[in-house]
Design a binder for this molecule. Structure first.
Ligand code: FAD
Length: 396
């Protein structure tokens, strides 16, 4: 089997990379260890409206709910409301993620990409030290797929990067442990994605309630792995639900656990190989959301690979165009938000309460650093000191 490109993983990053490669006329194969694209769903299913700008989805059947905005609750219950276009991250739509992933992959196939299910990459295929493709198992049988470029789109527990000598190890400090119920028979505001903050509620993370209708929602939690012992995510989520009468009466249709990297991106390029999506750690370190970055990064990867194939040049230097591009674009936000994450981890619940109290009536339409600072300091002057590292970041 010989292709120009083999992509490991059919999630959003793999689907979009293969779509853009196929569009250029190159031969691209996606291999996926699962039996069905997008299943099981391991996601809160929130995505920003930015997804519309990428023009990679037809129709609307991947949308379970369209959001008016986000509501953030501080530890004492004070609510700050943000309109969807200001809230940005993970709050434009709530998805049906299995349909979303299938639609992305269907789009790639339409452009000419091939897909093999039940096919698990096991190691790189090499000639001496040169990467020549991938070895995989398919229904217990070992197969070899030759390709000029291997793309690691194999998600948070990516192996492809490690096989190529890239350090993708995640420290507990950079990993969120997640648990989530899809609860039915509950009462939720179907127009808002809700976020609950606080050291007692979710140390180093948050609880989310993402509605998929007025009586159904994904209710999940992410907690920083360095701040809790194993199994704590589910225990804290159960406690949260049991204290909310509108959720407590619900029945779960689905329960999942998973992990989200909240790390800095890794090196993403070697000779004949590159990494995209969660495998590249293209995930927002504040929210743990990685869908839009996976799509955008996949587009850049696809464009670079298409050029490399046209010029028959697959060395690291040629493929660096991709790394430079994501660093200039999504990389800037990821770097900044990693610093914000570090600063926010030191915030006491008292500080979060003061922040929410200052912002609860703030008109975010007029958002500017100066007006925000004025609003914060007017009510709680001591916030200025606590927020100074964040303000410094905002003005650099
Ligand atoms: C609980 C939870 C909630 C989340 N909620 C949100 C959210 O609300 N919004 C948001 O934006 N992000 C969210 N995320 C993050 C989001 O799911 C990821 O950022 C996104 O899925 C990354 O896409 P990807 O294509 O890089 O990886 P994935 O979607 O993980 O796809 C990787 C694919 O590779 C396949 N694969 C892995 N290894 C192999 C192998 N050896 N051979 C063949 N195939 C392989 C996997 O089966 C999988 O299909 C959440 C994550 C978790 C864990």
């Amino acid at each position: 089997m010989k292709y120009d490109v083999v992509v490991v993983g059919s999630g959003p990053a793999g689907a979009i990379t293969s779509r853009f490669v196929a569009e250029s006329g190159a031969k691209v194969l996606v291999i996926e260890r699962r039996a069905e694209v997008g299943v099981p769903v391991l996601c809160g299913e929130g995505i920003s409206r930015k997804v519309d700008e990428y023009n990679v989805l037809e129709g609307k059947k991947w949308i379970a709910g369209s959001m008016d905005g986000a509501r953030i609750f501080s530890p004492d219950g004070t609510m700050v409301t943000l309109a969807a276009d200001i809230a940005g991250a993970e709050t434009g739509y709530v998805l049906d993620r299995d349909i979303f992933d299938k639609e992305l992959m269907r789009g790639a196939i339409k452009k000419g990409a091939k897909l093999m299910l039940n096919t698990k990459a096991t190691e790189l295929l090499k000639d001496d030290d040169k990467i020549k493709g991938i070895k995989a198992t398919q229904f217990e049988e070992e197969i070899e797929i030759e390709a000029d470029i291997v793309v690691g789109a194999d998600g948070v527990d990516s192996k492809v990067g490690k096989w190529a000598g890239i350090n993708t190890t995640l420290k507990p400090y950079d990993l969120e442990s997640c648990a989530q119920y899809t609860l039915s028979n509950i009462d939720v505001n179907a127009g808002y994605c809700d976020f609950y903050l606080g050291k007692q509620i979710a140390p180093g993370g948050y609880v989310w309630v993402f509605p998929k209708g007025k009586d159904i929602a994904n209710v999940g939690i992410g907690v920083l792995s360095s701040l809790h012992e194993a199994g704590m995510a589910k225990k804290l989520l159960d406690k949260f639900i049991s204290e909310k009468p509108e959720l407590k009466k619900g029945e779960p249709l689905r329960f999942i656990t998973g992990a989200a990297p909240v790390a800095q991106p890794v090196e993403t390029v070697r000779d004949n190989l590159l990494l995209v999506g969660d495998a590249a750690r293209h995930v927002d370190p504040i929210t743990g959301g990685g869908l839009t970055a996976s799509i955008e990064g996949g587009m850049y990867a696809g464009e670079t690979i298409s050029k490399a194939i046209k010029n028959q040049q697959f060395d690291q230097e040629t493929l660096m165009e991709y790394e430079n591009k994501w660093k200039e674009t999504i990389g800037k936000k990821l770097k900044r938000n990693y610093m914000v994450k570090e600063i926010m981890l030191d915030f006491e619940d008292k500080t979060l309460n003061m922040l929410a109290d200052s912002l609860k009536d703030y008109k975010f339409e007029d958002i500017s650093t100066l007006s925000l600072v004025k609003a914060l300091v007017a009510k709680h002057p001591t916030l200025l000191m606590k927020l100074s590292p964040l303000l410094k970041l905002a003005t650099t």
